[in-house]
Write a protein that binds this ligand. Structure first.
Ligand SMILES: [Zn+2]
Length: 188
């Protein structure tokens, strides 16, 4: 299974207005049948959407963004991080403890590769209290939510092994997931 996030659209989904370069708008990501669906709205349509009774039931993430030219060069060549990026999104869609710990591990590595930028940490109050890390996926210009699985040392080893089974070890790098994610959070 390969999960593809739709790229930022160049127009508003609702009114079809074309976004100008650097124009502010809103994006959201929904998960439908384990597929990510991305929607982009201009500011006007976004506020109408919020006023309406369209529920945010299956909205996984939404954020404000600025439209930018997708051809901007990236620091890391695509083929180097793409398998990991796909695995990350697959794991998010899979969910459960196994998926969450794998997504977390992928996110830590992608952050070191500067594909993800750490945005903030939130506490989720539904059921048990959980920490959720918000990252910006710079490749897809998408904000994603990664549950902090609070891995123990042995849990960490287990995820690393699973990761290596899925992705060649040299792609994960030697410093992959040593649990020291509490470094300075500003990657700008
Ligand atoms: Zn619109």
């Amino acid at each position: 299974m390969e999960i593809k996030i739709q790229k930022e659209s160049a127009r508003c989904l609702k009114c079809d207005a074309v976004f100008q370069h650097e124009e502010k708008h809103h994006s959201l990501l929904r998960i439908e049948e384990k597929e990510f669906v991305r929607e982009d709205y201009c500011l006007g349509c976004w506020s109408e959407r919020l006023d309406g009774k369209e529920g945010a039931d299956n909205t996984y993430s939404c954020w404000e963004t600025r439209y930018h030219d997708p051809s901007i060069a990236r620091a890391t060549p695509l083929e180097q991080f793409l398998p990991l990026l796909n695995l990350c999104y697959e794991s998010i869609a899979e969910g459960g403890p196994g998926g969450e710990s794998m997504a977390y591990m992928c996110a830590l590595i992608l952050r070191r590769q500067k594909v993800f930028r750490f945005v903030r940490e939130e506490t989720e109050e539904t059921g048990e209290r959980r920490s959720v890390l918000i990252f910006l996926d710079k490749q897809n210009d998408t904000q994603i939510r990664i549950v902090d699985p609070q891995l123990t040392d042995s849990g960490l080893q287990e995820v690393k092994l699973r990761l290596e089974e899925k992705i060649a070890p040299d792609e994960t790098g030697p410093e992959a997931g040593n649990g020291e994610e509490e470094e300075a959070v500003d990657d700008e």
